[in-house]
Design a protein. Structure first.
Length: 968
């Protein structure tokens, strides 16, 4: 019969057992049968009623329960055993050695022991199996004042049924046992002395639940937990209590409610969902900041919270529903995402707060729930590595109700995509460097402002904006592709090249104005619909608005009735593109490229064109058209005005071809009236560093006339002078490279007037570049017939080719730099391996660009690569070729390649200038060496031998001064 049933009988079997032992002690005569019955009864009861044992060792009380026993811990006072703490068995007695005033209970069901901080300081309760432990009554006035260690092996339950207060450490080891509260259960874990600090440990294995969910619980101790599901409530009477978790492993879900604060004092690992709530109206705090803390499932937050911080740098963080009622949310993890919504708004709308995030290198931030509300405060979304994360992020995707104010508080590089959106306005206040390698998308119901207070580099930007009364302002410091749908007034500033369209259409829907400013602007591969507002396109480099296409796509610029497009630098259409619509275009120029039989880029539109004061910019491509050929370059709904750069006969010349221009009410057409020579030859010249002077000899090198020259002064003594066709009009320009010091970067100064009509005040400058120890040069790096600049660094055999933006003749100011390629070729110069100054030439007809190289011991070694095919970047080239003649000149000669023979393919021939003898040598022809200039001059070559009306010296004395130094 089970023990619990025996205990319920009216006459306890313990009474018979007691009488038996008393009789035996008195020598009572018991018959044989009677004795056998008593012995059987004794044996049976002995199996069932084995007493719990207790022992006192120093100040430690140890209690061992037998299987099936239940015990309740309570207090009656704070004195010794007669007024201290109680351990009460439900149906058995204790056995042990009583210690007067310390622990008394031998043979009793109640063990009384001291609760006075002195006699007993540690209580240990061990259960064998199927045991139950109950926290009974121990009010705050009679708190349990010893440490408590409970170990239940195969236990049944641990419960709290009354108010129980304890002031020392608690340790529970009960695998697979649930800890619960019921009835009047209330658990107060509070240190005896302020700031003393206690620890309460619950180890319930992987299946035991810890459910301490009574509202009046008070946990002023670190809780270390191993359990399945955990529910903790620590509110207390005044909503001022907290929950702090030490090292904990929770196999299921974690649910914590506190009066004020919730946090971790150790590493907390939760496999399931986590929910954290605070009850105070004054603003609680939630902080999980230990590096080993991990949340496997979504994290939910609710309450009036001043700040909620989750820093899990070694794991992902998934947010569920998060409501802070005005508190900041700080997040840091490997990756951050959400399944619910974030709401950090303040119900009274008095205190603006927001979300701050960071992730580990290459992590994602995905917070795009449509119900997010980050509040519409001054700053409500901050991304920074300062929160324990990295400057390098994979993707960011963020959305909020209301307004979004996005700030990068540190330099950030987005390797993937950036997506930001709001029901209201979006402001990106980019206080630090911000680079997005992939697609940047901005969507807003209100306005959009992309502030650029530092270096902001997006490559692709899509904008979707729906409020016509809210403006859109974009600022970017690198080349940008831009498209989308925009209702409000648009302002775009790009410090680089801007491509409109490219991926998808750009549509302006609200009838508002648009201002677009960039170094270069092009409409590429898609439709750009400017709507009915006034759109102004300004290119800081003076280049026209380009309409370009990549087959088989079609680019189109469209403007609706009443709309006006103002394009100061003009329009240049090409391929299958068109300028469409019924509005009007006010252009500063019209560009056309003429082939031998057709116009490469005619403009045909139903819109109106105003060309008043505009320039007609023509280029002849390939073979020149014949006299009498006609071309229509512009057809429009209506044309007003005339081009400003025509002569008195309405004629214009380009690349040796003279066109008659006829403008009607709807068309502009050209007729070829004269064609110049199809090829040109190069002449030689000098740059004299001692005088900052250029000298151009206009005679044919094979019929050289020393006195046939003119000079131009440009730059300052100490500059390095060179020449190139930087404006693309076929006439050379002069340029210098000015060092700021032997180890400081210098800059280029490029005169933009032709040498035949020189204007010393027409020049542009570049940003600083180089190390101060380079030799400058010029060359065509893209194959478009227009030169860029470059320099050679002898110390590491590096050639740097630098593309330039389009430069119109006469332009002034500062320009940017185009594609920069750094090419290592050959070996650094040394006494054992001397090399000549750098060489540039056109020797391979299959290459679009010029070739770079060097002369050494009579050979010319050129890099065997088409530079035009190389994206900007760093390269090392080992392949080379030697133009003929293979050996020409000697070490120390300046390589001076040029088209001296008028080669119909435009290829160069080898030439040299020997500064020590002021002597030129040309490899083609049989003429003797040409003596020209003085020792110390630098040779130059270019297309000035065909100049028909050169500026000649005004007096004989100038000629005399030019040759006043004796040549060798």
């Amino acid at each position: 019969m089970p023990l619990r049933f025996l205990a319920s009988r009216a006459i306890s079997p313990l009474s018979s057992l007691k009488r038996f032992f008393v009789g035996a002690a008195r020598g009572q005569d018991v018959g044989g049968d009677s004795f056998r019955r008593a012995a059987v009864e004794l044996e049976s009861l002995d199996d069932r009623i084995v007493p719990a044992t207790f022992a006192v060792n120093g100040t430690t009380l140890t209690v061992d329960l037998v299987a099936g026993e239940s015990v309740t811990l309570s207090t009656t006072g704070t004195g010794q055993a007669d007024d201290g703490a109680l351990l009460t068995l439900n149906a058995a007695t204790f056995t042990g050695t009583d210690v007067t005033d310390v622990a008394v209970g031998n043979g009793e069901s109640v063990l009384k022991f001291a609760n006075n901080e002195t006699d007993i300081t540690d209580v240990v309760v061990n259960g064998a199996s199927a045991n139950t432990f109950t926290f009974g009554q121990a009010t705050e006035l009679v708190a349990f004042d010893s440490s408590l260690d409970i170990t239940l092996t195969s236990g049944t339950a641990i419960t709290n049924t009354e108010e129980f207060t304890m002031t020392q450490d608690l340790s529970v080891l009960a695998p697979d046992v649930d800890v619960t509260q019921s009835g009047n259960g209330k658990l107060i874990l509070f240190p005896a002395a302020l700031f003393e600090g206690t620890v309460s440990t619950f180890d319930l294995g992987t299946t035991g639940d810890l459910l301490l969910d009574a509202d009046l619980n008070e946990f002023a101790t670190d809780l270390k937990i191993i359990a399945n599901d955990v529910e903790l409530v620590s509110i207390g009477d005044l909503n001022q209590h907290e929950v702090f978790l030490g090292d904990s492993t929770i196999s299921g879900n974690l649910d914590v409610t506190a009066g004020v604060d919730i946090g971790d004092s150790g590493n907390v690992v939760v496999a399931g969902n986590s929910t954290f709530m605070t009850e105070t109206d004054l603003g609680g705090g939630i902080g999980f900041n230990n590096s080993g803390t991990k949340f496997g499932g979504p994290v939910n937050v609710d309450g009036v919270i001043a700040e909620a911080a989750f820093n899990t740098p070694n794991s992902d963080l998934i947010l569920g529903n998060v409501t802070t009622n005005g508190g900041d949310l700080i997040l840091s993890a490997m990756n951050i995402s959400q399944t619910g919504a974030i709401n950090v708004t303040n119900e009274a709308a008095t205190v603006p707060h927001g979300v701050s995030v960071s992730v580990q290198p290459g992590g994602d931030i995905i917070l795009n729930n449509p119900n997010n509300d980050f509040d519409s405060g001054v700053v409500n979304f901050i991304v920074s590595s300062a929160f324990g994360g990295s400057d390098t992020i994979n993707n960011i995707d963020v959305f909020t109700k209301g307004d979004l104010f996005f700030v990068n508080a540190s330099d950030l590089e987005i390797q993937g995509d950036l997506t930001v959106g709001a029901e209201g306005s979006v402001e990106l206040n980019l206080n630090n460097d911000f680079t997005v390698a992939g697609l940047a998308s901005i969507s807003a119901g209100g306005g959009i402002e992309m502030l650029d207070t530092n270096v902001n580099q997006f490559t692709q930007l899509k904008v979707t904006q729906t409020d016509a009364n809210s403006p859109v302002s974009i600022h970017n410091q690198s080349d940008l592709s831009f498209w989308g749908t925009i209702a409000g007034e648009l302002a775009v500033v790009v410090e680089g090249s801007l491509s409109l369209g490219v991926v998808d259409d750009l549509t302006l829907t609200g009838g508002k104005s648009a201002s677009v400013v960039a170094d270069n602007i092009a409409l590429v591969d898609t439709t750009v619909d400017l709507g009915t507002g006034q759109s102004t396109f300004t290119t800081s480099l003076g280049t026209p608005l380009g309409l370009m296409t990549t087959d088989p796509l079609t680019g189109q610029g469209t403007i609706s009735t009443g709309g006006v497009a103002i394009v100061a630098a003009g329009i240049d259409a090409g391929g299958a593109t068109s300028v469409a619509g019924t509005g009007s275009y006010d252009v500063g120029a019209v560009n056309a490229t003429i082939a031998s039989t057709s116009v490469a880029n005619p403009i045909t539109t139903s819109a109106a064109f105003d060309i008043t004061g505009a320039e007609l910019l023509l280029a002849v491509q390939g073979n020149a058209p014949s006299v009498g050929a006609t071309f229509t370059i512009l057809t429009a709904g209506s044309i007003t005005g005339t081009f400003s750069n025509l002569d008195g006969s309405n004629q214009i010349s380009a690349d040796g071809v003279t066109f008659q221009v006829t403008t009607t009410a709807t068309t502009v057409s050209l007729e070829v009236v004269a064609v110049g020579p199809s090829t040109t030859i190069d002449g030689i010249g000098l740059y004299r560093p001692s005088a900052a002077e250029f000298v151009f000899n206009t005679s044919d090198v094979f019929n050289f006339v020393p006195e046939q020259f003119f000079t131009i002064g440009f730059g300052s003594v100490g500059d390095q002078g060179f020449v190139g066709d930087f404006t693309g009009d076929g006439i050379p320009n002069v340029a210098v490279y000015r060092d700021n010091g032997p180890s400081d970067p210098g800059f280029f100064i490029i005169n933009t007037s032709p040498i035949t009509d020189f204007d010393p005040d027409a020049y542009v400058t570049t940003p600083l570049i180089g190390n101060g120890d380079e030799v400058p040069f010029a060359g065509d790096w893209s194959g478009d017939g227009i030169d860029g600049v470059g320099f050679y660094r002898n110390s590491n055999a590096t050639y740097v080719t630098i593309g330039l933006p389009s430069i119109l003749p006469g332009r002034t100011g500062e320009i940017g730099l185009g594609a920069i390629r750094s090419i290592v070729f050959g070996n650094p110069s040394s006494p054992e391996n001397p090399t000549d100054p750098p060489a540039v030439g056109k020797f391979n007809a299959s290459y679009a660009a010029d070739q770079i190289g060097f002369g050494a011991q009579g050979t010319l070694d050129l890099a065997d690569v088409d530079i035009a095919t190389l994206p900007e970047g760093n390269y090392s080239i080992s392949e080379f070729f030697n133009p003929t003649p293979t050996f020409f000149g000697t070490t120390g000669d300046q390589q001076l390649s040029g088209n001296y023979t008028g080669d119909e393919n435009g290829l160069d021939q080898r030439g040299l200038y020997r500064s020590a003898a002021a002597t030129f040598s040309i490899s083609s022809g049989s003429q003797p060496n040409i003596v020209f200039g003085v020792i110390g001059d630098v040779g130059i070559v270019g297309n000035w031998a065909s100049v028909t009306s050169p500026v000649v010296p005004a007096t004989e004395s100038l000629i005399d001064s030019f040759f006043e130094e004796e040549v060798v």
